[in-house]
Design a protein around this ligand. Sequence first.
Ligand SMILES: Nc1ncnc2c1ncn2[C@@H]1O[C@H](COP(=O)(O)OP(=O)(O)OP(=O)(O)O)[C@@H](O)[C@H]1O
Length: 251
Amino acid sequence: MATDVHGPVTTTGSSASAAVRVAGLSRTFDGRRVIDGLELTVRPGEFVALLGRSGCGKSTLLKILAGLDRDIDGTVFVPRRKATAFQAPRLMPWKKVWRNVLLGLPDKPERAVAERALEEVGLSHRADAWPKTLSGGEAQRASLARALVREPDLLLLDEPFGALDALTRIKAQRLVGELWQRRGCAVLLVTHDVEEAVLLADRVLVMDDGVIAHEAEIDLPRPRDIADPRFARIRAGLLDRLGVDATAEAA
Ligand SMILES: Nc1ncnc2c1ncn2[C@@H]1O[C@H](COP(=O)(O)OP(=O)(O)OP(=O)(O)O)[C@@H](O)[C@H]1O
């Protein structure tokens, strides 16, 4: 797997055993250290969810991994083939859906490439639609198709279901779980939803004080059942870590 290395400190050695390797990462805004010596490894093909209170630096970390923010200290290894999907689908309104899917790809692929990705997310019937005519869930699926055509080794998802209604959200979560299992790429999902994290991830991380403050391996079989008492226990443990009283929340 080809890797991108960024950061002022260049570490030698192979990262073939990891899809992401972050060492001593810090990011400061206006004199405030939002990320402060963070360490993180994601294994190839691993699904990792990242939780943390609002403003703790989750999106900042994702932007750094995406290569959109390089004003950092520390070292970051990520695969060259990576793709992102954010809460806002960021489709270009003047391009039809299939052209949006291919946007930014270097070697002008054929329409069939976009159609295959749209098929994978159940949106081939909307290939010729204009973005403004899509529903929220459809736009998010188009955004996922745009990520998939990049054939990523690492998929970075920042609250991709945050703006969706409950039913569409459940469908989108299932779709991402299926795509991950089919594609075998590593996924790093930023979410506020503890249940979503436990449903989808191999490992859930909690970010606090600029570092990964806690992690939980989720060794429940898939597909996961939120009614399973083990699910409830893991969920309660994570809520506790986040400072949320699970009993008050359930009341
Ligand atoms: N470009 C920037 N300039 C100044 N401050 C920034 C910038 N980007 C992020 N921050 C600050 O860094 C902190 C972390 O922001 P970030 O968006 O990473 O948090 P987050 O954990 O993703 O929050 P949320 O869960 O609410 O989306 C916040 O206090 C934010 O104001």
